[in-house]
Design a protein around this ligand. Structure first.
Ligand SMILES: Nc1ncnc2c1ncn2[C@@H]1O[C@H](COP(=O)(O)OP(=O)(O)OP(=O)(O)O)[C@@H](O)[C@H]1O
Length: 679
């Protein structure tokens, strides 16, 4: 395939002097930026943030009408109100260096000191990943003679908010430098370009892809090796003030030398160690989302990533996601059933926005030890710590690295000793799933898929299962279905999911309880349930589509239920604000979306609608006035998960509406797939 665009590579060389100029002016730029921002800014906690000219931030709390200084911390550069912009003079220099004006004007800070790479110096090979917000390609960097991954970021008509999000990802990636964190090597764009590619080192696998390959079985030393690398990368993030907020298998990339790198910093943000700056709770993919976020916490720290890490550890042992909820409510329910319901102290201490609504009326016993009893005591201890319901008991990545899990036999192996696998990505797993579906195995799909792939379709590991197992005690037979580990996918046959020996949840039981919950048995329904009706049939709507014909349908349908953390939320200190259509009714949202035209914009529009819809379902509720407990989020709005806030009177209508929407969406997804295949 040809080059990405027709711009000459000579541009890059001639830009070197400009680059130096940019670097020298960058300090000046940030100083100016801080000065420009030294006015105080209201934040959603009800306090004020004052950015001082010395680069520090002071947080004031409004107590009884008097401002009281409560916190002072370092300016992080990302969480301050005007992050992203640079002075006009710098903007002009950046444009002269080849950056497009739309990027420089919104995200000048993120590209500071860099010059854009020219697309002509890359040869695009093929697509290797499809994220919610991006498409990833394998490409050859002709200048440096190496293979790279190009992540093409989608924008909604260069909407400044989308650009800002991408800028935050770039800024954070540039701040981190660690062998277990993906390295951003450059950016491809030009003055006239309307797109942006992030250039990354190329990684052959992701953990989801490897783990879902039925021919691959992880040994315990291998599993420990991956966990050690994950925790080392996380420790680096956390010690540099960065929360990842989307730790999951498909974001853990692994190269052919067994090196694991944390990728996808699209939801990452900086945090202050005292948790004074409010952050959105709508982050982390559902299955890996900690209870406090499900309960609406806006002040949190490293513990959110440690919870996700605990889920990954459990998953590596058991061979399947350990908490595969379909809705936020079900997710919370699963968590309580496995980890026990929180103590009274927890509710009092955390004072979480949704606690009154989601507090279970009866006590669930913690059964983590029972569930993982067949694994080593050191593994169990670490899982227990990471899956603590109280975030303050999860410790830190540094502490986890020092745990006996890593010092007891069998020891973690060296990454270089790991087997070499053929490329295994989440996208490969999806394709295998798709292929097997085409073979018409709908009934007992998983077993049939498993065997057919094992014999015919699956890429064969260079090292056989046996060789692999010889590395140490083989951990556990694989139970992965190909939809495993993707919160985007919902399980077609939940019995398989809940079939882990000793696992506490069973779909039928859950379903019954969920229904009880919906009628207000398990969770209390707040008085203002009227307008929240559309969410209540959600779980059922998705469930019905679980047996639908294509992977892509299921992928996107579950996104409708808001399982994937949304990036349409505004960044920085406005994270808790509703976006992108905060004050509009669903019908207005639809009209506004339909106003755009053209196939590309239609595609974007569809994607946007998916996200928007999840936000519509997660309706905002004015907390201060109307939540039963009177607790608010840091802002004056919270988002309630749909299912339990429904008016049961409208249930039939809601289910019909959902069915219609699902069918509509399936049609669109099929059309999209056909278009993609034609490309
Ligand atoms: N450096 C890389 N090398 C190889 N493959 C990569 C690389 N970066 C990303 N990928 C592949 O592309 C997929 C999507 O990338 P990424 O997660 O960064 O996109 P996203 O739009 O943020 O996705 P998501 O919807 O999961 O948030 C990954 O799961 C991975 O398989």
């Amino acid at each position: 395939m040809g080059c990405l665009c027709s711009k000459s590579s000579a541009v890059e060389d001639s830009n070197e002097s400009t680059s130096k100029k940019l670097q020298s002016s960058s300090t000046r730029a940030s100083e100016l930026n801080v000065l420009r921002l030294s006015s105080s800014k209201r934040v959603e906690s009800g306090g004020d943030v004052k950015v001082k000219s010395n680069g520090s931030v002071q947080l004031y709390d409004d107590q009884n009408g008097r401002k009281k200084k409560v916190e002072k911390h370092e300016l992080t550069g990302i969480d301050h109100p005007g992050f992203g912009r640079v002075p006009k003079a710098i903007e002009a220099e950046q444009v002269a260096a080849g950056w497009p004006a739309w990027l420089s004007s919104v995200a000048g800070e993120a590209i500071k000191g860099w010059i854009p790479r020219s697309a002509t110096t890359f040869e695009r090979l093929h697509k290797i990943g499809q994220g919610t917000y991006s498409t990833v390609y394998k490409a050859r960097d002709v200048t440096n003679q190496k293979i790279v991954a190009l992540k093409r970021v989608r924008f909604d008509n260069l909407d400044p908010e989308s650009v800002k999000f991408m800028a935050r990802e770039i800024h954070i990636l540039r701040r981190l430098d660690h062998p277990n964190i993906i390295k951003l090597e450059g950016l491809i764009t030009s003055e006239t370009s309307r797109s942006l590619y992030l250039v990354f080192e190329y990684m052959e696998h992701d953990l989801t892809g490897l783990a879902s390959n039925p021919t691959i079985k992880f040994s315990e030393p291998q599993l420990k090796c991956y966990m050690r690398q994950l925790l080392s990368g996380l420790d680096h993030c956390h010690s540099h003030g960065v929360l990842h907020r989307d730790i999951k298998g498909s974001n853990l990339l692994i190269d052919n030398n067994g090196v694991l790198k944390i990728a996808d910093f699209g939801l990452a943000n900086v945090f202050d160690s005292h948790h004074n700056i409010p952050l959105t709770s709508r982050v982390v993919t559902l299955w890996y989302r900690p209870p406090e976020l499900l309960l609406g916490a806006n002040h949190y720290g490293v513990a959110v990533d440690l919870w996700s890490t605990g889920c990954i550890l459990g998953e590596l042992y058991t061979g399947r996601p350990i908490l595969p909820g379909k809705t936020e409510v079900e997710q919370l329910h699963r968590i309580f059933k496995l980890c026990g319901s929180p103590s009274e102290d927890y509710w009092l201490k955390l004072r979480l926005p949704h606690s009154t609504v989601f507090k279970p009326p009866h006590h669930y016993r913690r059964c983590v030890a029972d569930t993982f009893k067949e694994y080593s005591s050191t593994a169990l201890k670490l899982i227990e710590t990471l899956l603590s319901v109280d975030p303050s008991n999860r410790g830190t990545a540094a502490a986890a690295l020092k745990s006996e899990f890593f010092t007891s036999e069998p020891l973690p192996c060296d990454p270089s000793s790991l087997p070499k696998y053929p490329p295994s990505k989440e996208i490969d797993a999806k394709m295998r799933d798709e292929a097997s579906r085409r073979q018409g195995t709908v009934g007992d799909r998983e077993q049939k898929v498993g065997s057919s792939v094992r014999q015919e379709k699956a890429p064969r590991a260079v090292v056989s299962t046996k060789d692999n197992a010889d590395m140490g005690a083989s951990v556990q037979q694989k139970h992965y279905s190909f939809s495993k580990n993707r919160s985007e996918l919902s399980y077609p046959h939940r019995e398989h999911v809940s079939g882990i020996a000793g696992f506490p949840h069973k779909q039928s039981e859950d379903a019954r309880e969920m229904e009880n919950n919906a009628s207000g048995h398990f969770y209390k329904r707040p008085s203002h349930s009227g307008p929240l009706a559309p969410g209540s049939g959600w779980a059922r709507g998705v469930k019905e589509v679980d047996n639908g014909p294509t992977v892509s349908n299921r992928v996107n349908l579950s996104k409708l239920s808001g399982l994937v953390a949304s990036r349409t939320l505004t960044s920085e200190d406005q994270e808790t604000k509703p976006v992108p259509f905060p004050n509009r009714k669903p019908i207005e949202v639809r009209k506004s979306l339909e106003a755009t035209s053209g196939s590309e914009s239609r595609r974007r529009r569809d994607k946007k609608r998916i996200v928007d819809h999840s936000q519509i379902v997660n309706r905002r509720v004015p907390t201060e006035k109307s939540t039963p407990d009177g607790h608010g989020s840091s802002g004056n709005k919270i988002y309630m998960s749909g299912p339990l806030l429904a008016s049961s009177n409208n249930m039939d209508q809601m289910l019909k509406d959902h069915d219609r929407k699902i069918q509509e969406f399936s049609r669109r997804a099929r059309g999209e797939k056909v278009r993609a295949q034609r490309k």
